[in-house]
Design a protein around this ligand. Structure first.
Ligand SMILES: CC(C)(COP(=O)(O)OP(=O)(O)OC[C@H]1O[C@@H](n2cnc3c(N)ncnc32)[C@H](O)[C@@H]1OP(=O)(O)O)[C@@H](O)C(=O)NCCC(=O)NCCS
Length: 166
């Protein structure tokens, strides 16, 4: 998982962030202890998408993508991360993982997330799934500042995935 996150970050944000900022983000949020801690939280939904076979997936095993979402209140959830490995993006996995996160919290009405302001493709993806930009936020790193858009969606207004099994 750590490797998948590092690789996806490098590919998606290599042109947007300095190497030092990329390194710092990975050290903070992609380290194994942090990921393991989240997988054991009661209110945290942590799911992966895997390939049916190992063939051709050297380095990352069968892992194709992952999603993490945490309940923040009785009716609200924060989408911590949604990543699909480079080479498999654009094939519907992101949509299925997002749909799985909604399903994991049946009583929840609202979902919030934070995404890099310059990550236009992800913002377009989230808009298509019912999210709207509601604010912004700056996260200070030693190696710079991450400028984030805050986005929110409501269950009743979300795009309902038509993908079988989601
Ligand atoms: C954003 C992301 C999770 C979407 O998952 P996905 O499996 O690629 O998305 P889907 O196949 O369900 O939907 C495709 C749509 O997502 C959008 N998209 C966003 N990033 C994309 C990418 N790198 N490649 C292809 N489509 C992308 C496009 O709008 C695309 O729509 P289009 O087919 O009309 O061009 C995935 O592309 C990804 O991991 N990107 C890099 C990491 C990232 O930005 N994560 C979000 C950080 S909060």
């Amino acid at each position: 998982m750590r490797r998948l996150l590092e690789l996806t970050w490098r590919r998606a944000f290599g042109a947007l962030l300095s190497p030092a900022a990329l390194r710092e983000v990975s050290q903070r949020w992609h380290n194994e202890a942090h990921l393991a801690g989240q997988t054991s939280l009661r209110d945290c939904f942590f799911a992966v998408a895997e390939a049916g076979s190992r063939k051709g997936l050297a380095g990352l095993g069968r892992l194709l993508g992952l999603v993490t979402a945490t309940r923040t209140g009785r009716r609200a959830v924060f989408l911590n991360r949604l990543y699909v490995r480079p080479g498999r993006q654009g094939g519907g996995l992101g949509e299925r993982l997002l749909s799985a996160a909604w399903k994991a919290f049946p009583g929840v009405q609202g979902m919030r997330l934070e995404v890099l302001k310059d990550n236009g493709r992800a913002i377009a993806f989230y808009r298509r799934h019912g999210f709207r930009v509601t604010g912004s936020k700056a996260v200070r790193l030693e190696a710079g500042t991450l400028r984030l858009a805050v986005m929110k969606a409501r269950r009743d207004r979300r795009f309902v995935a038509s993908v079988k099994g989601t």
